[in-house]
Design a protein around this ligand. Structure first.
Ligand code: ATP
Length: 492
C-alpha cells in the first residue's frame, strides 16, 4: 500500500518541478540508478531462492556407492554418530559437531561423501557453492549465508527430519583469509556471518545442523574457520590407490556389459594418479567406443583406448608429412627402448598416432603405485625423457622442437631430486639455493643422464632403426613387440 502512494507522490513532485521549469534530470538519474541497485538486490535474492531449490530431499547415494576412500569414509561415519544418536551424546554433555571439512584434489568424491553422509544420517541436504556468496554489493553474501541456514532448517522441518546437512563446495571462495580481498569488506562480512551461524548451532534446536564443506585449497582458508568448535573435523580425501581405483571402476561398470577377459585390476594398475571423476570418464568413454564400433560389450582394447583418451585427449586426424612421421617414430622409439633398458617390462605400448597435444607416445605400465621415489628411479625417468631427442640426433642428425615438453618434465624431476637432498648439493633448503646454483646443478644432472642415454642408443642403433621402421608401418606396437625386438641377438 505504501509503495503506490510513494510512487504517486514522487511522480506528482517531478511533474510539479518540471512544470515550474526546474531541471529534473539529475533527480531522474539518481532514481534510475537506485532502481537498478534495488533490482539487482532482488535478483540476488531470487538467485539464492533458486539455489535453495537445489535441496535434494534425501540424496540417493550411500557410502557403498563410493569406491576407495576407506579412511575418509570411516572417519566421517564416526563423526556422524552424533547426528544419529543425539540423545546419547547430549546425555554425556558432548557438544555437537558443527563442521566437517573435506580436503582433497578435484574429482575425488567429496560431494559424493557429503551426500552419503546425509543419507547415512537421514538428514535433509542443502547444497551451495562458495561462489554463490560472492557479490559486489555489501551485505548480500552475508544475507545469503543466513538464508542458507534458514533453508536447511525449514527443509528438515518440512520433511520431518531431526537434522540437516549444509554442504558448501569450494568454500575457499567465500572463506579465504580475511583482509586479503580487494572488496574485503564484503568478503569479510560473508565469512563473519558463516562463523556467527556456526557458533549459533546448539543441541537445543529442533533441527541439528551440520555444515560440511569441501576445498582443494585448504591453505587459502581463514584460520578462524578451522579452529576447534567450527570445522573441527578435517577429513582428507586423496586420489584413490590401486585397490580404490579398481573398486571405482567396478562401480562405474555395474550397468555396462563387459566382454570376457576384461581385467579391471589391470586397468586400475595403468591409471595411477587418476581421480574418481577421471575413472568414471574412462568407463564412459570405453562404452562410447564400443558403441561406435557396433559392439555389444566393452573389451580390453576399448579400455586401453579410453585411458589414452582421458590422459592425452582425442585421437586426431592430423596429417603429418612423411619426414615428420619418421621423426616421431624415431623419437618414440628412443623413449621406448630406453624405458625397457632401464626397467624391463615397463612399456605397455608405443604409438605414433597423434592424440591431443602429443604426436605420439609411449604408454608406461607401472607395476605398482609409486608413492616414494628413489634417486635411481628419478634418474631413470630423466633418461626416458631425454631419450626422444637423443634418438632424433642419432638417426636424423639433429633434434626438433618435439622434445620441449620432455625437457620441461626432466627439468622438473631434477628439481625434485635437488630439494629431496638427492643431488651433489646434499640436503638443501629451497630459499637457500640461488637460481644460478640451481641451474648449474640441474644442468649437471641432465648432462650425466644424457651421456648415459646417448651411449646406450649409439650401441643399439640397429634396434632403434628397426623399431622406428616398424612404427612407421604399423603405427602402434605393444610392449611385447618391443621386448621381442630387444631379445633378438642378431640386430644389436
Ligand atoms: P570437486 O572438488 O571438483 O568439486 P569432488 O571431489 O566433489 O570434486 P565429486 O563431485 O564427488 O568430486 O565426484 C565427481 C564424479 O566423479 C562423481 O559424480 C562420480 O561419478 C565420480 N567419482 C569421484 N570419486 C568417486 C569415488 N570415490 N567413487 C565413485 N565415483 C567417484
Amino acid at each position: 500500500m505504501v509503495k503506490p502512494i510513494a510512487l504517486g507522490a514522487g511522480i506528482g513532485l517531478l511533474t510539479f518541478l518540471a512544470v515550474n521549469r526546474v531541471d529534473i534530470w539529475p533527480v531522474v538519474l539518481v532514481i534510475g540508478l537506485g532502481g537498478v541497485l534495488y533490482a539487482s538486490g532482488i535478483t540476488g535474492r531470487l538467485n539464492l531462492a533458486s539455489g535453495q531449490r537445489r535441496q535434494a530431499s534425501l540424496p540417493n547415494i550411500e557410502f557403498s556407492d563410493i569406491g576407495g576412500q576407506n579412511t575418509a569414509k570411516s572417519e566421517l561415519q564416526e563423526a556422524l554418530e552424533a547426528l544419529r544418536r543425539p540423545q546419547a551424546y547430549a546425555a554425556l554433555g558432548i557438544r555437537p559437531l558443527k563442521g566437517i571439512l573435506l580436503i582433497g584434489p578435484p574429482g575425488t568424491g567429496k560431494t559424493l561423501l557429503a551426500k552419503a553422509a546425509a543419507h547415512y544420517t537421514q538428514a535433509a541436504f542443502v547444497f551451495a557453492s562458495g561462489s554463490e556468496f560472492v557479490e559486489m554489493y555489501a551485505g548480500v553474501g552475508a544475507q545469503r549465508v543466513r538464508q542458507l541456514f534458514q533453508a536447511a532448517r525449514n527443509s528438515a522441518k518440512k520433511e520431518g527430519r531431526g537434522s540437516a546437512i549444509i554442504f558448501i563446495d569450494e568454500i575457499e571462495v567465500m572463506a579465504g583469509k580475511r583482509g586479503q580481498h580487494q572488496s574485503h569488506l564484503e568478503y569479510d562480512q560473508t565469512l563473519n556471518q558463516l562463523l556467527v551461524e556456526m557458533d549459533g548451532i546448539t543441541t537445543e534446536e529442533d533441527v541439528q545442523v551440520l555444515v560440511m564443506a569441501a576445498t582443494n585449497r585448504a591453505d587459502l582458508l581463514d584460520q578462524a574457520l578451522t579452529r576447534p568448535g567450527r570445522f573441527d573435523r578435517v577429513v582428507r580425501v586423496d586420489l584413490p590407490d590401486r585397490e580404490g581405483r579398481r573398486r571405482i571402476l567396478e562401480l562405474h561398470t555395474r550397468n555396462k556389459p563387459l566382454a570376457p577377459g576384461v581385467d579391471l585390476d589391470a586397468v586400475a594398475r595403468e591409471t595411477f594418479g587418476l581421480s574418481g571423476a577421471h575413472l568414471e570418464s574412462v568407463c564412459n568413454e570405453a562404452a562410447i567406443l564400443a558403441l561406435r564400433e557396433g559392439q555389444t560389450a566393452i573389451s580390453s582394447d576399448h579400455f586401453q583406448s579410453s585411458v589414452d583418451k582421458v590422459l592425452l585427449g582425442e585421437k586426431l586426424d592430423r596429417q603429418l608429412r612423411e619426414q615428420e612421421i619418421r621423426r616421431v617414430a624415431v623419437h618414440e622409439g628412443g623413449h621406448a627402448l630406453v624405458s625397457e633398458w632401464l626397467v624391463p617390462g615397463s612399456v605397455s605400448s608405443v604409438t605414433i598416432a597423434p592424440r591431443g597435444m602429443a604426436l605420439g607416445f609411449v604408454r608406461q605400465a607401472p607395476a605398482d603405485d609409486r608413492l616414494l621415489e628413489t634417486e635411481a628411479e628419478l634418474r631413470h625417468d630423466i633418461c626416458v625423457c631425454l631419450a626422444g631427442s637423443a634418438a632424433e640426433r642419432l638417426l636424423l642428425g639433429e633434434a626438433s622442437t618435439g622434445a620441449t615438453s620432455d625437457f620441461e618434465k626432466a627439468w622438473e624431476i631434477a628439481r625434485r631430486m635437488i630439494f629431496a637432498g638427492l643431488s651433489e648439493l646434499g640436503i638443501v633448503q629451497e630459499e637457500a639455493v640461488s637460481a644460478d646454483v640451481l641451474y648449474q646443478t640441474v644442468h649437471r644432472i641432465m648432462e650425466r643422464e644424457r651421456d648415459r642415454v646417448e651411449g646406450f642408443l649409439q650401441s643399439r642403433a640397429p634396434w632403434l632403426e628397426t623399431l622406428a621402421s616398424r612404427l612407421v608401418a604399423e603405427e602402434t606396437l605393444d610392449g611385447n613387440s618391443v621386448r621381442q625386438l630387444m631379445a633378438q641377438p642378431g640386430i644389436a
